[in-house]
Design a protein around this ligand. Sequence first.
Ligand code: SF4
Ligand code: SF4
Length: 383
Amino acid sequence: MSNANENNPPQEQLPFPVADYRFDQKNEMFKRIIWDETMRSLGQWPTEFDKKVGFRKIDYAFRNASWNLEWGAGYGNARSNFGLYSWDGVPKRVQPWVEAGGPVKESPKEMSRHVKRVAHYFGADLVGICKVHPNWVYSHEFNSMTREHSPFELPEDCHNAIVMAVEMDYETTRMSPNGMGGAATGLGYSDMVYVANLLAVFIRGLGYKALPSGNDTALSIPLAMAAGLGESSRAGFLITREFGPRVRLCKVFTDLPLEYDTYQPFGVEAFCTVCKKCAENCPSQSIPHGDKTREGHNISNQAGTLKWYSNLEKCYAFWSKNRMSCADCIRVCPFNKPKGMIHNVTRSMIRSENSILNRFFVWIDDIMRYDKPYPATRFWDSE
Ligand code: SF4
Ligand code: SF4
């Protein structure tokens, strides 16, 4: 538990509830399958193929290639400060430009504008900036490569975060849970590596520290909320105004002085209260159907604040049985729509927080069968 101070303001000054302790990354499900004997079997997926489209060798090849920048160069799911997510360094030929002339000095407002412009140019679909609350930073890191478990701190002066979302492909996400859905997720992770690395090198080029990060180092969802990118949901994922839950998140921590964005809720909580499509369609029944609570299911939840907690042990058990990751909760979420005038208007009306209107939108979503998966053959049959 941390005491209130400038970096850790009292709960009433925070835009949304923040747990009063830091999460130990060791307790994340992806780490538990490495060290937790009761979970270890879930991490051992047999290398078997199926005749079913979505589970054949070609589908695994497609899924695996989509992940390659994360699995082969970023390693953000394995540890922090490594590979393309390294916290320092620029190519030798760039070093003289970094050292010449001292740090670029502009107002935080101007610098934020430039950073966002460059992040969008490099491929970020959404960008926001926030100050990092200490309880969003992991208390300990679990290094999946070495199995080392050690206390963890961000460098003292790097408490500004540029948080970025990259859109996942709509069509292949609609094919979940199979190799197509896995590819949509994997490509999102590869995009994260690319975008965060390039933005970090840009900031180092201005003369400041820049620590790119994928799923390592700190919890991405509260950072994204504080940076104005979206709201948390019944399913636990972030819902953005522009792409719903169909995003992946990465961030760059820096000492560059920047202007902060603010939390921008837009009616998700009210909508989730009447909509339970993720809970109803979850193949492992991991997502709660009931009200918010302060109780987690197990050590993989950072419990204590009032919200909806998914049972991540059950979720991962389904992934293991299915031998592919799952994005069914993203697929069926009514906020998950492709861009388009009708969907944009619907999303803006959802923001009304009117429960009768919200029930109507859930009903329309059911009628239109937006939750229905596309067949995996649709990917291979298209040009
Ligand atoms: S990923 Fe799949 S199994 Fe896990 S919570 Fe979402 S729908 Fe359920
Ligand atoms: S499916 Fe419905 S309840 Fe679940 S996260 Fe999306 S809007 Fe909320």
